[in-house]
Every structure is written in C-alpha cells, then in structure tokens.
Design a binder for this molecule. Structure first.
Ligand code: ADP
Length: 491
C-alpha cells in the first residue's frame, strides 16, 4: 500500500491544526533510505502554554464531568479507528522509524487492544465508603488529575502513544502529548483520527525536540503529572524538574535484562525466546533481553545454534515482507550501537557474529546493524552494564547458581528477566530472587493488558498496562459528612 504524505505537518492544539508560534519546523526522515519524509512543526514554550491552556479549558469545560461510560465508548471508537486505519498507521511508523512493516502491524494491534482494555476499565474505577465513628458518612472519590503531560520515545511510536493516552483519558484527564522528534507522523495521524471522537482540547499533540518542547511541558505549573518513557538520563531530569512544582511522575526507563537458561530448559524454546528478546524491533526496546546467562553444560551447543540462527536473520528494507530486521532509527543510533561493539572488543569481549553494518549495497544508505552476539563478556563490562538499545546480545557462561543470580541483579536497571527451566520450583524461586518488575518464565516479551509493566531500580517508577495504572491518573478526594444534625461541641 502506498501513502501520500503531506509536505508539512502542524501542531494539534485545542482541536485545531496550527503552526508553531515561532514558525519553525524540522525534518523527519526515513532512516532506511535517508529520504526526508516531511517537515513537521517544531513546538516551543509558547506552544506548550497554548496547548496546556487548551487542555485545561477542555477539562474544566466538560471532560472532567463526562460520565465514565461515555469516555469508555470514546476509547472503543479510537480503538476501532486504529483498526480501520492500521495499514496506513503501520506504514507511517515503518517509514518514520525503520522498523519492519510486520513489526509495525503488531504495534497497531497492541495499540488498539490497549484502548479497548481501558475502554472497558473506564467505568470500573470506583471510590469507596470508609466506616468511621459517629453518625457520619465518609466517602472517597477518585477524581482525575486535570492536565497531564505525556512524553514518548521513538521505538514504538503509536503503541507508546496508546499506552499513555488510553489510561489517562479513561480516568478523565486532558492531555498534551509530545511524540519523539524522530517519529512524529503516526501520532499526528492519530490526532486526525480522534478529532471527531473526543472534544477539542482533550488531546493536544506537540511535535518537537526534547529541550524545546518537552522541558517546558514538564516545567508548566498546571501540568499535574508527567508520564514519560525514554532514557534513564532524561527520566532523571524530568523527575527533578517536575519536583519544582510538585507534579507527579511515572517513568518507564531503560533496561539491561537478563535471560537465564538452566540446563534442564526446553532449549529449542529458549533459543526462540532469546532471539526474540534481543532482536525484536531491531533490539530497540527497553525490555530487550540483552544479557544471556547460559549454563556451562549447554553453553557450546546453545551458542552454536544461536550464532547460526542470528546469521540467518534477514536484515532488509523495512517494507519488504521477507525482512526480519529493518533499519535502526537514525545514523546516531547506528553509530552508538557500533561504538558499543568496539568498546566491548576493547574490554575483552569477542564478536561471535555481526558487529557491523551489513555490506549489501542496497542497505548502505540505511542505519542497519547486523544481529550481533558478543561472547566472553564479563558482567562488569560496560557492554553488559549499559543499555545499548540495538541488536547486540552479551553472552555469559555460568556454573554457580548463586553467583549467576547475583550477577543477573548486579546492574542499575531492573525492568525484565527471562527464566528458562522445566523445573517449576526453580522457575518460581528464580523469579523471586530477580530484581525486576517483569519476569517471564519459559517465554519472553509477552505483554498482556491488565498485567503491570514497569521497572525496579533505575528502570522507572510506576506501572503501565494494568488496571492500577488508572489510579496513577487520579487523585483521591475524601468527603466527610456529619449526618447527626447536631453541632459537634468540643469546648
Ligand atoms: P532516546 O535517547 O532513546 O532518544 P530520550 O530519553 O532522549 O530517548 O527521548 C525520549 C523522549 O523524551 C523524546 O520524546 C524526547 O524528545 C524527550 N526528551 C528528551 N530530552 C528531554 C528533556 N530534557 N525534557 C523533556 N523531554 C525530553
């Protein structure tokens, strides 16, 4: 399917499509070819103020009082709009991000499912009655926060927008969303699709750079919460700036997740899970299982198959149906990933396969990186400690279980982990010992709406995808009523 892109995209503020106050734009490119896809408005502080005002007006003007059932129905309609336009939206993300079209199609499915989950959840959000002393009624209301700022990354552009927008809308908030500067197009198309589903100003979309558009959103005193997904470094800054006006934050940050293979595992299943865990989405996912702990008794055989399979992965143009890995998001990202490979070699690791951009002439202009397996890695090396965010797997051999678990946990992150064993006891015991917000047993990268996703340690604060996520978009109001009709005499 072809797609006709506009030459110029505008900001979505208060239900209108407008240029940025400065008139500035930036180019968004197709990383697989280097071609410019479109010019996009570059928002600054003034636009942030306009968008927050519009969101506040929409909130006060009615969205906060809409009944939850209506909000739920609106979310079902958004889900349907995504499903009806999923090929177009998937193509936009594939063009803008470099991920394969097949991967982008999965994102669209996940995005629609997310809106549907929170559509159903919207009218399940309840307050409670507290049994208190005397002739009193004491009840607790769950009220929305008001205006919420949401800042998302480029790795799953539309899906991340869905993960953020759906629970915030279901709980009755109005939103200013800032997509990543690398991948603004699908969020803008979503803005068009939802413009006749939710009232003007309920969702505002500001495209632009982090420091110019993201930072003023975080600093705006009327923004009651910032929901952010991105790097740990920017997450720290956001938390510090949100503190200035005591805004709430949820942060979904980096990861360096272990995949632990016990000798009694179903090794074929483990191999599939390890490949998916590190190479899905070109390795650009916070959940990536980027440190593989292989037991010494299975090490040689497993590694041999892993290398064979990694070499056989088809790296190719993102829109080709046969491509299994597309382009990374940018030249900077490609350079960063390849630099990490070099760094690993300097630290004493060995490249078992990959480690470079593919040689095929038709891929030269893109930002591709071959599926890479590093062996002889020690957990203290930078390649095993820092998030590479590319298709690079660090393999480590273990024999002592206690030491292996210590190493699996010896990292600043704690987002995910994979455990592969047929011993049910060992599986649960290991899950118990792992310091991570998500542990997958005999599977990897499986997300379910309703199941909380988020990190321990420096991988973040708060959880997404769960029913409780709705609570993070509300504040409690306690109402205490005297029913006795008599004045309370204290003096
Ligand atoms: P990455 O390094 O993977 O690009 P970032 O954490 O830099 O991830 O970016 C994630 C999102 O955060 C993007 O939308 C980006 O524009 C935004 N961002 C970057 N810097 C800031 C900042 N200082 N304040 C607010 N948002 C920012």
């Amino acid at each position: 399917m072809g797609i006709e892109l506009k030459k110029r995209y505008q900001l979505f503020i208060g239900g209108e499509w407008v240029d940025s106050a400065s008139g500035e734009t930036f180019q968004t490119t197709n990383p697989a070819t280097g071609e410019v896809l479109a010019n996009v408005a570059s928002a600054g502080k003034e636009d942030v103020h306009r968008a927050v005002d519009a969101a506040w007006k929409a909130y006060q003007g009615g969205w906060r009082r809409t009944d939850a059932g209506f909000r739920g129905k609106s979310l079902y309609r958004i889900a349907q709009a995504i499903r009806d336009n999923s090929e177009e939206l998937a193509l936009l993300d594939s063009l803008d991000n470099g991920k394969t079209l097949n991967e982008a199609r999965v994102d669209m499915f996940m995005a629609a499912e997310c809106f549907e989950y929170y559509a159903g959840a919207a009218n399940k959000l309840e307050g409670k009655v507290i049994p208190v002393f005397g002739d009193r009624l004491n009840y607790v209301l769950r009220e929305p926060l008001g205006v919420v700022g949401q800042i998302i990354p480029w790795n799953f552009p539309l899906m991340m927008a869905a993960w953020k927008l759906a629970p915030a809308l279901a709980a009755g908030n109005c939103i200013v969303l800032k997509p990543a500067e690398e991948t603004p197009l699908s969020a803008l198309r979503l803005g068009e699709l939802i413009s006749d589903i939710v009232p003007a100003g309920v969702v505002n979309i500001l495209t632009g750079y982090g420091p110019e558009a993201g930072a003023p959103l975080v600093e705006h005193p009327a923004v009651k919460k910032i929901a952010f997904t991105g790097s740990t470094e920017v997450g720290r800054q956001i938390m510090a700036h949100a503190a200035a006006h005591v805004a709430d934050v949820t942060l979904e940050l980096g990861g360096k997740s272990p995949q632990i293979v016990f000798p009694d595992a179903d090794l074929d299943a483990a191999l599939e899970g390890v490949l998916l865990g590190i190479f899905y989405n070109e390795g650009q996912q916070c959940s990536a299982g980027s440190r593989l702990f292989l037991h010494e008794s299975i090490y040689d055989n497993f590694l041999k198959k892993l290398i064979e399979r990694s070499k056989a992965i088809n790296v190719g143009p993102p829109q080709e149906p046969t491509s299994q890995i597309g382009s990374l998001v940018s030249k900077e990202q490609q350079k960063r990933v390849l630099n990490y490979v070099q760094l690993g070699v300097k630290e004493g690791a060995e490249v078992a396969c990959g480690g470079k951009a593919p040689a095929a002439p038709e891929l030269k202009r893109g930002c591709y990186v071959e599926p890479t397996v590093l062996v002889n890695v020690a957990n203290k090396m930078k390649v095993a400690q820092e998030e590479i965010f590319g298709p690079v797997l660090c393999v480590m051999k273990w024999s002592d279980e206690k030491k292996m678990i210590e190493e699996a946990n010896d990292v600043q992150f704690g987002l995910c982990a994979g455990v592969w064993t047929k011993d049910i006891n060992k599986a649960h015991k290991t899950a118990n010992k792992i310091e991570a917000g998500n542990v997958w047993i005999n599977q990897y990268d499986v997300f379910a709406y309703g199941a909380p996703f988020g990190g321990y340690k420096q991988s973040g604060i708060g959880r997404e995808l769960a029913f409780d996520t709705l609570l993070h978009y509300t504040q409690q109001k306690n109402v205490n009523v005297d029913l006795s009709g008599k004045p309370s005499r204290w003096f």
